[in-house]
Design a protein around this ligand. Structure first.
Ligand code: ADP
Ligand code: MG
Length: 209
């Protein structure tokens, strides 16, 4: 995994998120305050604009710049949570010596664990964690079982989709949607949908590379 890969992937994610923006906007209007799509689109734009600043940096510094930009530039819960993800990945052990897929999975899993601590949300609370935690577990298990990378990633895409759909019938116990009680049931969580689309894009971009 290189800094170039990060930037190219951010560009692919931008296209996918833009293609699905009205759906994501509607989801946060239904159970949140409607700004989730704006926060996500702004975050992606800020990361892509970092290209000239980070393209020649070592991985830890590039990831750190991305984290700072996301933390300072995006409002809402998503800014703090995605900022934590990148900040933790930036601190990954020996990442400047090269990142193979096992290392990439290891630092992603550490990032997800940090987001879980930061937001104090676990699986079943109707948040993006219903996508991120199962995906992280699936990736780690795939490495442990010594599965083929493409198989692991295909499975992760499916796990992400399942996690995203699972939020529909859940009650929310974290975030703004928790104020709605029973009224949140029947709606997919916006953060789960945007995270699922991002995971799908990253995995498919590696599968097709
Ligand atoms: P805000 O809720 O502050 O308006 P966003 O609209 O950008 O922020 O993001 C909302 C998404 O954030 C939710 O759909 C949910 O997935 C996620 N979220 C909210 N609170 C938490 C939390 N404590 N842990 C993990 N994810 C959370
Ligand atoms: Mg919101």
């Amino acid at each position: 995994m290189s800094v170039d890969f990060l930037i190219e992937t951010a560009k692919k994610i931008q296209v996918v998120i833009n293609d699905n923006s009205s759906e994501i906007e509607k989801l946060d209007q239904e159970i949140g305050d409607g700004d989730h799509i704006f926060n996500v689109q702004r975050g992606i734009k800020l990361v892509i604009e970092l290209e000239p600043t980070i393209k020649d940096l070592i991985m830890s510094k590039a990831l750190n710049q991305i984290a700072m930009k996301v933390l300072s530039g995006i409002g809402g819960s998503s800014g703090a949570l995605f900022g934590t993800l990148f900040m933790t990945m930036a601190k990954g052990n020996s990442i400047d010596e090269g990142i193979d897929y096992k290392k990439a999975i290891e630092i992603f899993a550490e990032g997800v664990e940090a987001v879980k601590q930061r937001g104090k949300a676990d699986v079943g609370e109707k948040t993006m964690m219903d996508v991120l935690i199962p995906v992280s577990n699936c990736l780690k298990k795939g490495v442990e079982d010594d599965k083929d990378l493409k198989e692991i990633l295909k499975e992760a895409v499916e796990v992400a989709e399942k996690g995203m759909f699972s939020t529909k019938d859940l009650l929310a116990t974290k975030g703004r949607a928790s104020f709605l009680g029973e009224r949140a049931r029947g709606h997919i969580d916006p953060g789960a949908r945007s995270s699922q689309l991002m995971i799908k894009t990253v995995c498919e971009s590696v599968i097709n590379s």
